[in-house]
Design a protein around this ligand. Structure first.
Ligand SMILES: C[S@@+](CC[C@H](N)C(=O)[O-])C[C@H]1O[C@@H](n2cnc3c(N)ncnc32)[C@H](O)[C@@H]1O
Length: 317
């Protein structure tokens, strides 16, 4: 079932309709022809592979319940901590969660139009504060509580915390969950962990279909080290689970509405209008029916993808 390939493989199915692999299956439907040919090839191959691997639920939780190898479970970018707690709960294992808890350390250029500024996604923002309260989290010394789960949070920028953490925790990485959002932080984390990846390591990227960010970082990392990998699943991002953790039904509904609005109004707010331009219609009228069906109802929240390392190439050497 897995679509496996290494650095050299470049085979495309003729069954993909003309131009249907030119736009990212998402609300903003990025036109991939802005990229250099090699990266366009990588994206097309990814889309082809992933179309056979879509799952209804959350990619991270799907992987958490299938883990079998020994090794560390890392959650990179945890916000108010629910991805870490749920990962620990589902896997039955200890999870280490990394965050500044003070927001992004650099600007996040999502696509041509949307930029999320450094400092956004701090847990002191009012939106985070209300979710903290409504999901029963407490914060001590700037770190959210474990709430009875087997988690350890490491506060600080991953540029400072990740390497010393790995020095103190030997062994391979079983699961690497990337949710730091930006290209730079993602690439830095991959580079820092490179000697700890092994055959069978699972990498989950929460925002893989943001082609300026995590996918780009993974592509460059894979090209540099020439390892082989197999895509495993394409499903929901884990961050939307924060709202599901609100216990009161009415409050949960209010959060859901606000969540939808926040997604649309990030940045200066003009994104909500740009969304409905030509690219939007290109996706909804031009994409394969399977993509449209899959995206409907998920409000653009299906960007999460997992991969398994199948051969190390120059990793670890
Ligand atoms: C999208 S949120 C994570 C959401 C979380 N996984 C969840 O499901 O609720 C991204 C988080 O990454 C953190 N972050 C981004 N870059 C970072 C870095 N280089 N070091 C530490 N934290 C970082 C931000 O503070 C933010 O909390």
């Amino acid at each position: 079932m897995n679509a496996s390939h290494g650095s050299g493989e470049r085979a495309y199915s003729s069954s993909v309709a003309r131009h249907s692999d030119r736009y990212i299956p998402n609300l903003y439907s990025r036109d991939i022809s802005v990229y250099e040919a090699e990266y366009q090839d990588f994206i097309r191959q990814a889309l082809m592979d992933l179309r056979g691997l879509n799952i209804p639920g959350h990619t991270l939780l799907w992987e958490a319940s299938r883990l079998n190898g020994d090794g560390l479970l890392l959650d990179l970018g945890v916000w108010i901590g629910w991805s870490t707690r749920l990962l620990a709960e589902r896997s039955g294992r200890r999870v280490y969660g990394f965050d500044t808890f003070e927001g992004l350390v650099e600007d996040w250029q999502v696509d041509d139009e949307r930029l999320v500024a450094a400092g956004a996604l701090s847990i002191s923002e009012p939106f985070a504060q209300r979710l903290i309260e409504d999901t029963g989290v407490t914060v001590v010394d700037g770190i959210p509580s474990a709430l009875g789960r087997d988690v350890e949070f490491i506060k600080g920028s991953t540029y400072d915390t990740l390497a010393p953490f790995l020095d103190a925790h030997p062994g391979p990485i079983a699961l690497f969950h990337m949710d730091l959002d930006t290209y730079e932080s993602c690439l830095h984390a991959l580079e820092t962990c490179k000697e700890r990846f092994t055959v069978g390591s699972i990498l989950v990227f929460d925002e893989y279909l943001v082609t300026n960010g995590e996918m780009r970082a993974f592509y460059e990392f894979q090209q540099k080290y020439g390892f082989d990998f197999a895509y495993r699943a394409w499903g929901l991002e884990i961050m939307e689970m924060n709202v599901a953790m609100v216990t009161d039904r009415v409050k949960r509904l209010i959060h859901q509405v606000e969540w939808f609005q926040a997604q649309r109004l990030l940045g200066d707010g003009s994104y909500v209008w740009k969304l409905w331009d030509k690219r939007f219609w290109r996706f909804w009228f031009g994409a394969p029916w399977g993509d449209i069906r899959f995206m409907l109802g998920a409000i653009g929240q299906r960007k999460s993808v997992s991969v398994e390392i199948t051969a190390l190439g120059r990793l670890g050497s």
